[in-house]
Design a protein around this ligand. Structure first.
Ligand code: NCD
Length: 306
């Protein structure tokens, strides 16, 4: 039985197969409409979510399966003090696969250790978010045609942004990826990512504060929201929240093929005037999230569709 805690749980070949399957689902969704009939997905969300939970649910429904779950800790037995280990033991009797989001780093891993069904990490605190990374990789590969030989700028809250941590872990496995890390001093990438992942990989990277400086060099700009819920005090959040605002004027500094991604939700960091720019790909990215979660569910449940 396989779980998915980090993108590194998948080899590059397995990952390629999942992305190929997602592209096939996109091309011919009807072929997969009954693939998971009789199977159930449990969504165990102890933290707010729109896209991740609903795209998991849409993915399972598109495969002909059913879904059950809860969308906040308050509405589950966690509010009564039940441990994640006990919860997953019980859910293992009700469902065939589970996706879990939790504010504590490592909680989905604890669940996986006590589970009889595959567990997918749907975001654990400021740590990892592997299915967002699958979404990002599918978007980049589908729209740019490649995952290697790109210069990617990661901008915003690189300290608490789990999507950034997972994406860097995944991209260092491809040749010729250059990273430009764009953040204010206080929201720089954590040392364990900079030293253990980036420096160890030998990939070229630099850290800058000004977005304007990076824009002309980028093939992809990955914008992120300042993670309000992970700040210790409101004052620091307020000071940081509008540090970057991508608008039409800044987009003029970028090349004609630069692609703008964002895991969403957006707050102020991308002005709505950018949405009409053909380089803005963040809503298409959300659509790719459904295809790739369908491909992941099929893979973890070992369902083959001919
Ligand atoms: C991200 C998350 O939850 O980490 N959202 C998502 O899953 N699409 C990004 C964020 O909340 O800023």
């Amino acid at each position: 039985m396989r779980h998915l805690m980090s993108p590194l749980d998948l080899s590059v070949e397995e990952l390629d197969r999942i992305l190929d399957l997602a592209n096939d689902i996109e091309a011919d969704p009807g072929k997969y409409a009954h693939a998971c009939e009789g199977k159930k997905l449990a969504t165990l969300f102890y933290e707010p979510s729109t896209r991740t939970r609903l795209s998991f649910e849409a993915a399972m429904l598109n495969l002909g399966g059913s879904v059950l779950g809860f969308s906040s800790a308050d509405s589950s037995s966690a509010a009564k003090g039940e441990s994640v280990a006990d919860t997953i033991r019980v859910i293992s009797c009700y469902a065939d696969i589970a996706a879990m989001r939790h504010p504590k780093e490592g909680a989905p891993l604890v669940a996986a250790l006590h589970s009889r069904i595959p567990v997918i990490n749907a975001g654990d605190g400021g740590h990892q978010h592997p299915t967002q990374t699958l979404t990002d990789l599918l978007t980049i590969r589908s729209l740019k045609g490649r995952l290697g030989n790109i210069t990617i700028g990661l901008c915003g809250d690189l300290k608490f942004g789990r999507t950034v941590h997972s994406l860097i872990n995944a991209l260092v496995r491809y040749e010729g990826v250059r990273f430009i890390l764009i953040s204010p001093e206080e929201l720089r990438i954590p040392d364990y990512v900079r030293e253990d992942v980036l420096r160890r990989s030998g990939h070229e990277f630099k850290e800058v504060i000004r977005l304007e400086e990076a824009l002309p060099e980028l093939d992809i700009l990955y914008m992120t929201r300042v993670q309000k819920e992970r700040f210790f005090n409101e004052e620091d959040y307020v000071r940081m929240k509008d540090f970057y605002i991508l608008d039409k004027a800044k987009m003029k500094l970028a090349g004609p093929d630069m692609m703008v991604l964002h895991p969403l939700p957006r707050v102020n960091e991308i002005s709505v005037e950018v949405d009409a720019d053909p380089r803005a790909a963040y809503f298409r990215q959300a659509q790719y999230g459904v295809y790739v979660r369908m491909a992941l569910i099929l893979t973890l449940l070992e369902v083959k569709v001919c």
